[in-house]
Design a protein around this ligand. Structure first.
Ligand SMILES: Cc1cc2nc3c(=O)[nH]c(=O)nc-3n(C[C@H](O)[C@H](O)[C@H](O)COP(=O)(O)OP(=O)(O)OC[C@H]3O[C@@H](n4cnc5c(N)ncnc54)[C@H](O)[C@@H]3O)c2cc1C
Length: 394
């Protein structure tokens, strides 16, 4: 090899799926934990619609709830990519576990990291890293895709703001101790009045309402929040007054990569079950995996999953490198949720009639996959973002 070729290959970017030793060890430890501690409880938690409190404590003990929190505040000081790996590995076993850790890291901790004052970081990061679940409250009954049409109001009163309104669909609502709540301080200014507040569960006037009974990710709580003259001190405004819309946009841009990784993880988990089943299931005197038709079905979805994983990893690595990742994040979320729906549907079919029953895990993966096209921006909203970035304002 010539000198110049050697230098070029030394500096060549590595494969997206090549992990550093540290990433590889981290992934392995999350996988072992998920296999040993979550797998035995996943079906029961799904049936009951409740996540084990003991498992959440273990998430904290393992550092999974503060992956990106700097070490000086009690966190792991890990990369965004590490959060993505954790969400993928947890979702491979249980997508509800994946989203609990995902919201904590990619939405709540990230928003605090990017927008909180030093004093707020000192107050909240040690708790978020050790015992306090976080939630991110933007959506309302009347404003989902049109998130900035939110009706929750914040009125200035002395040293505080008084919040009134209701939030809907808030992940981690049942368990959270800290909520990032978006409210409008001057509705006449439209989205320029939106402000983010750090609201603690026991603040006066704050209550967690009804929990939804859902199709999938049933163990992950999704709750209504009620704010009735909820008093929030000015020291709990996150970022600048009137800049909440920016916080929402930027954190959701990152959060989408997390949902992509949830979709990749659950697709991987479903596919592994499907592959094993087809090797065991005998028809026509042989394992169904011997039929080329079945082999091709598996090869097709495995290829789609590989593409989705590369897109998610690329978006995460772009973010860690400080490069623009907005379009790649939207594409990764859009595509991986399509792939997850297809892979899990195919796995139900590979199980035949058994796949349609609750005696086997395929149907749970299929139900869990559906949310990927809905939350953190529906597929249409991802397409809108991608189209805008390609076409500009037309
Ligand atoms: C399980 C779950 C967990 C959630 N967790 C959270 C959370 O933690 N925090 C939070 O703030 N929110 C959360 N959400 C809310 C979620 O982000 C919204 O449900 C989502 O953004 C869609 O909003 P919507 O339900 O009001 O649907 P709508 O906005 O009413 O959309 C209805 C349909 O219209 C389409 N549509 C709307 N506008 C357009 C347009 N301009 N162009 C083309 N199509 C359009 C949509 O794609 C969709 O198909 C959660 C939701 C669920 C179900």
């Amino acid at each position: 090899m010539s000198q110049s070729a050697q230098t070029a290959s030394e500096h060549a970017p590595r494969a997206l799926t090549t992990l550093t030793d540290e990433e590889s060890l981290f992934r392995q430890s999350v996988r072992e934990f998920a296999e040993q501690q979550i797998r035995p409880l996943a079906a029961e938690m799904d049936e009951k619609g409740k996540f084990s409190a003991d498992l959440i404590n273990q998430f904290f003990d393992l550092g999974l709830m503060g992956i990106g929190i700097p070490e000086e505040y009690g966190g792991q000081g890990g990369s965004f990519f590490n959060s993505i790996l954790a969400v993928e590995e947890l979702s491979r076993v249980d997508a509800s576990a994946g989203v609990i850790v995902d919201v904590q890291n990619t939405l709540v901790n990230n928003a605090v990291l990017l927008w909180a004052s030093e004093e707020q970081k000192r107050r909240y990061f040690p708790r978020l890293a050790s015992d306090t679940v976080g939630a991110y409250a933007l959506s309302e009954a009347g404003s989902g895709s049109d998130a900035f049409g939110l009706a929750t109001k914040a009125e200035e009163r002395g040293d505080s703001y008084v919040l009134n309104g209701r939030k809907l669909w808030i992940t981690n609502g049942a368990e959270a101790g800290l909520f990032i709540v978006f409210a409008n301080i001057s509705p006449e200014k439209g989205y320029r009045g939106i402000t983010a507040f750090l609201v603690e569960r026991d603040f006066p006037g704050f209550t967690v309402g009804k929990k939804e009974d859902k199709l999938g990710i049933r163990a992950s709580s999704t709750c209504e929040l009620i704010l009735e003259d909820c008093v929030v001190g000015k020291e709990n405004v996150l970022g600048e007054v009137g800049k909440g819309y920016k916080i929402a946009i930027e954190t959701l841009n990152e959060g989408r990569i997390g949902i992509g990784s949830q979709m990749v993880g659950l697709s991987q988990g479903a596919l592994e079950y499907g592959v094993n089943y087809t090797k065991e299931r005998q028809q026509f005197g042989q394992p169904v995996a011997r039929f080329q038709g079945v082999q091709f079905q598996i090869a097709q979805v495995a290829t789609e999953l590989e593409a989705a994983r590369l897109m998610v990893y690329n978006a995460a690595r772009l973010k860690d490198a400080g490069e623009n990742y907005v379009m790649q994040a939207a594409m990764a979320k859009l595509f991986s949720s399509q792939v997850a729906e297809h892979v899990t549907s195919q796995v139900v079919e590979l199980y035949g009639g058994y796949g349609y029953t609750k005696d086997y895990p395929a149907e749970k993966y299929y139900r869990d996959a559906k949310i990927g096209k809905i939350y953190e921006g529906t597929s249409n909203m991802q397409l809108q973002t991608i189209a805008k970035l390609i076409l500009g304002n037309v």
